[in-house]
Design a protein around this ligand. Structure first.
Ligand SMILES: *Cc1c(COP(=O)(O)O)cnc(C)c1O
Length: 422
């Protein structure tokens, strides 16, 4: 693509001034709309069902056998799927997979997508490598259920080179679980380098692709075997539905599907329809999130209260060049580190509360990826074991679709309130 011409448009211009060209834009609108018999409508009908009815016993048998093989479109029961969930799975596999043949499964949350993936490919006695910057609940699962069934986790510094990571591999290492950028601290990993190294050892690579998906990160081009998408975030886009997906290369499909079936993981048609609806506008939303976040990030960089802004699209970011090499843009999530005052005192908890509380546009809340802006202190002390955060207090922002000038004024009010609080 652009690489063939020897240039990467992201390198040439900041993303804000890129012409809007999106190979996915048409797919987001076009996919998953086969409306079947009856009247034709822009959207697929929403199927709500537990039971699937058959005309003959033979039909019931044939459908059950195809569903057991995980064939898309074959269902004999509501937990297996309906045309609504099949449409979403098909769109996810094709958009996330790109030119790589992939399959997708749906889970009732992003976290369950992660846990189902790990249970599908690991067994008692196995070892996995997980980035230290991983989403907190993933760490809790590794420490909890995985440890209980005899699966051991080693964490690695997200800025590690593939060569150094190679030295952590054990004879029983089965999976390297990546997340790039990392939760709260936004380190970018050398994912293509790590995948090439893992392939030489026959180790599976899986990535939590929450931040960049679906427009700005293409993990299967980087060489991963599996990608996890918390659809709760940008795919939904409206903070009104929870769902997750695992997308895997074709050859890894059956163990995942069997685990989905054994655990009884399934999602409802109404929720799947909401994610499909979010998908229709994801292209325009992501680009606006990116523009707004860049504007806010650049403003934050100039503030005397702020030490560093952790946002990979800024040239000050430590792995900015990796981001430029691998990503096609940046989304609306970033953190910033508060500076000590002139007397050298770090901001107090009351000052941090004054900054976050009572904002007009920034709600205090977990999750992100909706249309609205959010603010949250990053309490990560318990969430790092290899590379503890040694800087000042970290604040995470999700930059929504409001006018960035309003968001900047709101944050400015927050900094005043912080200065006044003791
Ligand atoms: C939110 C999030 C998840 C989990 O998604 P839920 O649907 O909320 O369970 C997983 N990984 C990352 C990086 C997230 O931010």
């Amino acid at each position: 693509m652009s690489k063939d011409k020897g240039e990467n448009p992201v390198n040439k211009q900041p993303p804000t001034s890129d012409p809007v060209k999106s190979p996915e834009a048409t797919s987001f609108v076009e996919m998953g709309r086969e409306s079947g018999p009856g009247i034709r409508t822009p959207n697929l009908p929403v199927y709500r069902t537990s039971t699937v009815l058959f005309k003959t016993l033979e039909e019931a048998k044939v459908c059950t056998e195809s569903a057991n093989r995980g064939e898309l479109g074959a269902t004999h029961y509501g937990t297996i799927g309906t045309p609504t969930t099949f449409a979403l799975r098909d769109a996810l596999a094709r958009i996330e997979g790109g030119s790589h043949p992939c399959r997708a499964a749906l889970m009732p949350s992003g976290l369950m997508a992660i846990t189902t993936l790990l249970l599908a490919y690991l067994k008692s006695g196995d070892h996995l490598l997980v980035t230290d910057s991983v989403y907190g609940p993933t760490r809790v699962f590794c420490k909890g259920i995985l440890a209980k069934i005899g699966i051991h986790t080693t964490y690695y510094d997200p800025t590690i080179t593939p060569e150094r990571l190679e030295t952590l591999i054990q004879p029983n290492t089965r999976i390297i679980f990546l997340e790039s950028p990392g939760s709260y601290t936004f380190e970018i990993q050398d994912v293509p380098g790590i995948c090439r190294m893992a392939q030489r050892h026959g180790i599976m690579t899986a990535i939590d692709n929450a931040w960049g998906s679906p427009l700005f990160a293409k993990p299967f081009d980087w060489g991963v075997d599996a990608s996890v998408l918390p659809l709760t975030k940008y795919w939904s886009g409206h903070a009104d539905v929870l769902m997750g997906a695992v997308i895997v290369r074709e050859e890894h499909w059956l163990p995942l599907w069997r685990t989905v079936r054994e655990l009884g993981v399934s999602v409802g048609g109404d929720d799947a329809a909401l994610i499909l609806r979010g998908m229709r506008t994801i292209d325009v939303r992501m680009r606006r999130h990116e523009q707004n976040a860049l504007e806010v990030a650049r403003w934050l960089e100039q503030r005397s209260e702020v030490n560093t802004v952790l946002y990979p699209a800024l040239s000050s970011h430590p792995q900015h060049s990796l981001w430029k090499r691998d990503f096609k843009g940046s989304s609306g999530l970033l953190s910033f580190e508060l500076k000590a005052n002139v007397q050298g005192h770090k901001p107090t908890p009351r000052q941090i509360a004054a900054l976050c509380e009572g904002r007009r546009y920034f709600g205090i809340g977990y999750s992100w990826g909706g249309y609205e802006s959010l603010i949250l202190p990053a309490w990560i002390d318990a969430l790092r074991s290899v590379k503890p955060w040694e800087g000042g207090p970290l604040i995470r922002l999700h930059i929504g679709l409001e006018d960035p000038a309003d968001l900047i004024l709101d944050l400015q009010d927050g900094f005043y309130a912080m200065a006044k609080a003791i």
